[in-house]
Design a protein around this ligand. Structure first.
Ligand code: HMG
Ligand code: MG
Length: 309
C-alpha cells in the first residue's frame, strides 16, 4: 500500500539510460540485436523514454560504435510506437549521422568542469559550448527535442567539489541555446541531499525553471535515492535511471552505475507516484540483461525480487 508524501509530484517521467549510459561502460561489446531487444523489453515494461545510443566518435566509445545499425533496427520495431528514443550527439558530425537515420530527439553533453570537458570532449568548457551551439540550433530547426546534460554538477574526480555558480552558468548557456530540458549529472555519485537542494535553489534563483530540470544520479556512495527524493521535494519531475543499475562513464574515474531504475520504481511505487512502469517486467528485463553480460545486477531491488522467485 502506498504512503504518499504531500508536496511530491503525482507522476514522474523516468528517462531510462541503460542502453546508452549502461552499456557504454561495459567491457564486453553487446551484440546490436541484444541491444535492440533490451530497448524493446524496457519499453514493454512501461518505460516511455529510452536513451538508446550515442553518435560519438567510435574510437572514443567503441561499445556504441554500432549506432548506425541499432537505430534502423529499432525503427518500426513492435512495441516502440510512441516511445521516445533519444540519442547523444556531441557535434555537427554526430547530428548529421542522427538526422540521416530519422532520429527525433537528441542530447548534447556539457561539463561544469574544465577537467572533465577536456577528458570527455577534448575541449575546454567554452569550446565545447561553442561546439554544441550550432548543433542545438540546427536540431531545434529540424523540430527535434534537445536535452542538455551537464556533467560533474556536484564533484569532479580531478577538481573536487564543484561550486554551484559554475553549474548554474553552464545550465543557463544551454537553456539560452535552446535546450528544452537539462539533466544535472552527478557523474561520480558524490552528491548528498543538501547539496542537491542547494543546487536546485541556485538554479531556480538563477532563472532556470525547475520544470525544465531532470536529475541524473550515479550511485557510487549509495546516495542516489536520497538525492532523488531531495530533488522531488524541490519540484523536479524527471529522473534518469538505468535498468539494473548498469553504467558509468569511461572518461570519469570512479564513476559507477547509475541509480537503478528498479530501486527508483520501488521508492516511487511506495510513495504512490505514478511512473507507468511494471516492476516485475522491468526486473525480469534486467535479470535477462545481466545474463547476457555474464554478471549479476548491482541493483538491490533486482536482487531482492529475483531471490523471491
Ligand atoms: P576529437 O578527437 O576532438 O574530434 O573528439 P575532432 O573534432 O578533432 O575530429 C577528429 C576526427 O573524428 C575527424 O575525423 C572527425 O570527422 C571525427 P578525420 O577527419 O580525422 O577522419 N569525428 C567523428 N566521427 C564520428 N562521429 C562523430 C565525430 N566527431 C568527430 N560524432 C569528440 C571530439 C567530441 C568527437 C570526442 O571527444 C567524443 O566522441 N567524445 C565522446 C565521449 C563520450 O561519449 N562520453 C560518454 C558520454 S557523456 C556521459 O556519459 C555523462 C552523462 O551520462 C551524464 C553524467 O553522468 O554526468 C551524459
Ligand atoms: Mg551518466
Amino acid at each position: 500500500m502506498p504512503f504518499p508524501e504531500p508536496g511530491l509530484p503525482a507522476r514522474v517521467r523516468i528517462h531510462e539510460v541503460g542502453p546508452r549510459d549502461g552499456l557504454q561502460n561495459e567491457k564486453a561489446v553487446v551484440p546490436t540485436e541484444v541491444k535492440a531487444e533490451f530497448v524493446r523489453r524496457l519499453a514493454g515494461a512501461g518505460l516511455r523514454t529510452v536513451e538508446t545510443t550515442s553518435f560519438v566518435h567510435p574510437k572514443w566509445v567503441p561499445q556504441l560504435a554500432d549506432a548506425e545499425k541499432l537505430v534502423p533496427l529499432l525503427d518500426g520495431m513492435d512495441g516502440l510506437a510512441g516511445v521516445r528514443l533519444p540519442v547523444l550527439v556531441p557535434n555537427d558530425r554526430g547530428l548529421d549521422r542522427a538526422l540521416g537515420l530519422g532520429v527525433r530527439e537528441v542530447a548534447v553533453f556539457a561539463s561544469a568542469t574544465e577537467s572533465f570537458a577536456k577528458a570527455n570532449l577534448n575541449r575546454t568548457v567554452e569550446e565545447s559550448l561553442a561546439m554544441f551551439r550550432p548543433v542545438v540550433i540546427r536540431a531545434v530547426e529540424h523540430g527535434l527535442r534537445v536535452r542538455g546534460y551537464v556533467s560533474m554538477c556536484f564533484g569532479d574526480p580531478w577538481e573536487g567539489p564543484v561550486p554551484v555558480e559554475q553549474v548554474v552558468a553552464v545550465c543557463r548557456r544551454l537553456v539560452e541555446m535552446g535546450c528544452d530540458e537539462l539533466s544535472l549529472g552527478d557523474t561520480i555519485g558524490v552528491a548528498t541531499p543538501g547539496h542537491v537542494g542547494a543546487l536546485l535553489t541556485a538554479l531556480t534563483d538563477g532563472g532556470v525553471p525547475v520544470g525544465r530540470l531532470a536529475v541524473h544520479f550515479h550511485d557510487t556512495y549509495g546516495q542516489a535515492l536520497a538525492n532523488t527524493l531531495a530533488a522531488l521535494r524541490h519540484g523536479v519531475g524527471v529522473v534518469d535511471a538505468s535498468a539494473g543499475g548498469l553504467g558509468g562513464c569511461p572518461y570519469a574515474r570512479s564513476a559507477t552505475g547509475n541509480l537503478a531504475t528498479e530501486d527508483l520504481v520501488w521508492m516511487l511505487d511506495g510513495l504512490g507516484i505514478e511512473t507507468g512502469v511494471d516492476l516485475g517486467r522491468l526486473t525480469a528485463t534486467s535479470a535477462w540483461m545481466a545474463d547476457q553480460l555474464g554478471r549479476p545486477s548491482p541493483s538491490r531491488t533486482v536482487r531482492a525480487l529475483s531471490h523471491k522467485e
